[in-house]
Design a protein around this ligand. Structure first.
Ligand code: SF4
Length: 476
């Protein structure tokens, strides 16, 4: 059946990147608009395999151009229910990436597609070819879908009309988990879709933790596991509660070990520093530790500027992704900001020091009232120094951590350190070793005096020191 298409269809094309120079056309993305949406429909309300295009087709698009795109799929079947919409919608990302010469990134109203020049040369000249391939894959791979009909829109005005409806659907899905919490259920859900490019990624979806991609919530996971228990979304029995504050469960740890092929055996759902959730690459937002203020900043895909640490989203995303537990960085879905357990192991909102102003506006309702003015944005500060001043001026809760650290420094230790000839502790009182020292992080260390500085003793507390190689040389 796939012979009818002028392109190959295979999972081996997942991960294919189409660079600007090799792109025939770009669709949606950060410089345009677009969305993907799946809706459950009644069997009688759709015509199987029907495709409609509103707006110009690929053949009408000049090389190097950019257009908006909306992709709307209606699905029907005896087992199809509204909770399955997000699951099928997420598979659009996967299946479009099976098509050689088509790149699909992100999800919902953040989608970003590119069609390569080679694909167009080989005959990919119509969206109908793509839509037909996706409809075929939906029905082959997701047998609960008995009928599917597709509408693609590339007309800007039409998409502007439709996009608000799509956003209302996303919002309604996200709102469903508001009254349900991790402790109310016995089962969480896992997803391995992103293991194709992040092999050790362990995605755990709970009522209080939406997926990193932001596209799958606990209800969606449940619906998917019900209709296709052997599929990429599956049930995880919670097991015993190991630690409530960080959201550690024995069942999650067992799955983490199995799914990561033994790379991780602990995963704390609501922890930023210790055994954090893995980050694949689909996350909507990256959190980053700012050691100079002992706080956490968050940057989203839509922010094109530079965070106070001097890095852009794309740079931090590169460091965070790949399915690792990266201490000091964490990928999340936007809706996790709305969770009452949002990084509860590490102070929750009290630890948040910076966000892009657009992202802050988006989640403003979830920020505790007393913190709304204390979290800096790109409009308030540009670098770590101005962030530090802002937090101090606003009396942000992290400032108390600085004071506590200074006051709590044990006398003996102070005395020992203060003997160091170049002790940075004294020169830079704003720097400290945080209470919850992220493993592998040494945000600020007293300067080591040279050997033979006369009985100086440096005490490292809560520090993890790893030495890969020691070279011993004879001093001539
Ligand atoms: S981010 Fe997680 S939930 Fe979303 S598709 Fe990837 S593995 Fe699945």
């Amino acid at each position: 059946m796939a012979d009818e298409f002028p392109f190959e269809i295979s999972p081996m094309f997942e991960g294919e990147r189409i660079r600007k120079d090799n792109m025939h056309v770009e669709l949606a993305g950060p410089k345009s608009i677009g969305f993907e949406l799946v809706r459950a429909a009644d069997m009688n309300d759709l015509e199987d395999d029907k495709f409609t295009l509103i707006g110009p087709d690929i053949a009408d698009m000049a090389e190097g151009s950019r257009y908006p795109i909306a992709m709307i799929y209606k699905i029907a079947g005896e087992l199809v229910e509204t909770d399955l919409e997000s699951i099928v919608e997420r598979r659009n990302h996967e299946f479009q990436n099976y098509i050689q010469g088509l790149m699909h990134l992100n999800q919902r109203d953040d989608v970003w597609l590119r069609v390569s020049k080679e694909a167009v040369k080989k005959g990919l000249t119509s969206f109908e070819q793509i839509a037909k391939a996706i409809m075929m894959l939906f029905k082959n791979e997701l047998p609960f879908i008995e009928k599917v009909e597709t509408v693609y829109i590339t007309d800007q005005a039409e998409i502007e009309k439709e996009i608000e409806n799509a956003r209302a659907v996303y919002q309604a899905r996200d709102d469903r988990t508001k009254g349900l919490h991790d402790e109310d259920v016995d089962t969480f859900y896992g997803c391995t879709l992103c293991q194709s490019f992040a092999p050790t990624n362990v995605c755990v979806i709970t009522p209080d933790r939406i997926s990193l991609c932001g596209a799958i919530n606990w209800f969606d996971g449940r619906a998917a596991a019900k209709v296709d228990p052997e599929g990429p979304q599956f049930a995880i029995e919670k097991g015993e509660l190991v630690d409530a504050a960080s959201g550690e469960y024995s069942g999650v740890n067992e799955h983490a070990k199995r799914l990561s092929n033994g790379e991780y055996d602990r995963l704390k759902l609501h922890s930023f520093f210790e055994y954090p959730h893995t980050s694949c690459g689909c996350f909507e937002v990256v959190g980053f530790y700012v050691p100079e203020v002992d706080g956490i900043g968050w940057v989203d895909r839509d922010f094109a500027g530079t965070a106070p640490n001097g890095l852009q989203f794309s740079t931090m995303a590169g460091q965070t992704g790949g399915g690792k537990q990266v201490v000091g960085f964490l990928g999340i879905g936007v809706n996790y900001f709305r969770s009452p357990k949002f990084i509860s192991a590490d102070g929750g909102w009290d630890r948040v020091v910076w966000m892009p102003s657009m992202l802050k506006q988006k989640v403003l309702d979830s920020i505790p009232a007393e913190l709304k003015d204390k979290i800096a944005t790109d409009e308030d500060v540009k670098d770590v120094e101005s962030l530090k001043n802002f937090l101090k001026e606003k009396d942000h809760p992290v400032v108390k951590r600085w004071v506590v650290e200074e006051e709590e420094a044990p006398e003996e230790e102070e005395a020992e350190v203060s003997q160091a000839p170049q002790a940075q502790y004294q020169q830079q009182p704003m720097q400290y070793v945080p209470q919850q020292m992220p493993a592998g992080f040494m945000p600020s260390m007293p300067m080591m005096g040279g050997s033979g500085s006369g009985g100086v003793k440096i005490v490292l507390k809560n520090a993890k020191v790893t030495v890969d190689k020691i070279i011993i040389k004879k001093i001539e």
